[in-house]
Design a binder for this molecule. Structure first.
Ligand code: SF4
Ligand code: SF4
Length: 346
């Protein structure tokens, strides 16, 4: 009797917080079904595999690789190339791999300035010699190497092609299970090519139970500034809820508990830039004067409302910076000349 070979599963964690790995474990006892259905051939967070093990596999040996984390360093990039080569199906799993997520907010500055903030201009650090991490350090035993910290954070599919994307920060566990179950049961997946699976094709607003009216808003509030009225749309109460410009699938988890959607499931189908999509949506809800007001008055009222919107880049591009049209700060735009421009942006 021949024993049927199980499909081989790899799970890898690049530049991210680890929440995606926890979300996988949050599928609860279904993890036993995963273990039963797959042969786990690489999962550094949970098992003791080494990079050398993966390097030793033939190309295309891994049937399914869930790759979470953005590409921040040379190590992340090498692992993206390696996992691409060894995997039949590579999935950008979670917001960091999908669109850069929080790590990609550092595209608003440079690697040099990030090091400065972390190692030099940091009140909780005692570093009088101004020592910075070096990629090569000579010790009596030889040279020690650490990865190069790139200037620009990229999403996985900006480095290697991926078949599928599972969005979310982190992806919701029921959806992770739905994707794994589909693979286990041999359900045909949609055509590959950075295709979103495990999420909705409609906006978060579509699944949000909060009541919406035709209400305009005069000013914006940060979440700590007001206690929202229960049951009513948060955006209409002045909280910059990104639900209108964000892919659904999470069940509108955040608005349901009074927290604005921050946009973690990423941009909607057919939209090129999540932030621009949100700005355009806001244009229809910001109060712009009353009949009889001059154009100048209206402009002033709009400008006053927009003044109350703190940290627009961090609000509109919290999860999507790497995939956005902005992608990163322009050459030299922080005035220190560190940024060498698109051609040298790594
Ligand atoms: S804007 Fe936010 S609170 Fe309002 S309906 Fe959409 S998701 Fe719900
Ligand atoms: S409501 Fe928005 S921020 Fe919250 S989990 Fe859903 S997509 Fe993410």
């Amino acid at each position: 009797m021949t024993v049927k070979e199980k499909p081989k599963l790899a799970i890898y964690w690049a530049s991210s917080c680890g929440g995606c790995e926890i979300a996988i474990l949050n599928i609860g006892d279904k993890i036993l079904a995963v273990d039963e259905a797959f042969e786990i051939v690489f999962w550094p967070c949970a098992t003791d595999f080494k990079y050398a093990d993966v390097e030793g596999y033939p190309d295309g040996y891994i049937d399914l690789c869930l790759f979470n984390g953005a590409i921040r360093s040379s190590e992340n990039e090498e692992m993206a190339q390696l996992m691409r080569r060894k995997s039949k199906v590579l999935v950008a799993f979670g917001s960091c791999a999908h669109e850069g997520c929080i790590p990609a907010l550092s595209n608003l500055t440079t690697a040099a300035d990030t090091f400065d903030a972390v190692y030099i201009d940091n009140p909780s650090l005692d570093n009088p010699a101004g020592t910075l991490p070096q990629t090569v350090t000579q010790v009596p035993e030889g040279d020690l190497h650490i990865p190069v910290f790139h200037n620009t954070v990229r999403a996985l599919d900006q480095v290697v092609p991926v078949e599928y994307v599972v969005p979310g920060c982190p992806p919701e566990s029921p959806q992770i299970w739905a994707v794994l179950e589909a693979v286990i049961n041999g359900v045909e997946l949609p055509a590959p090519g950075s295709t979103v699976i495990g999420a909705s094709h409609l906006a978060v607003c579509h699944e949000c139970p909060l009541e919406k009216h035709e209400k305009t808003i005069e000013r914006f509030y940060r979440p700590y500034e007001i206690t929202p009225e229960p049951g009513l749309c948060l955006l209409e109460q002045g909280l910059v809820c990104m639900g209108i410009a964000t892919r659904g699938g999470c069940g509108a988890l955040c608005p349901q508990v009074g927290m604005r959607c921050e946009g973690c499931y990423g941009l909607l189908d057919g939209v090129e830039d999540q932030g621009a999509n949100m700005v355009s949506a806001l244009a229809s809800v910001v109060g712009a004067g009353k009949p009889g007001d001059s154009e100048e008055d209206m402009e002033q009222q709009i400008a006053a409302a927009m003044e109350t919107l703190v940290d627009p880049a961090g609000t509109f591009y919290r999860f999507n910076m790497a995939q956005s049209l902005l992608h990163r700060m322009r050459a030299g735009s922080n005035g220190n000349g560190n940024e060498a421009g698109k051609g040298a942006e790594l």
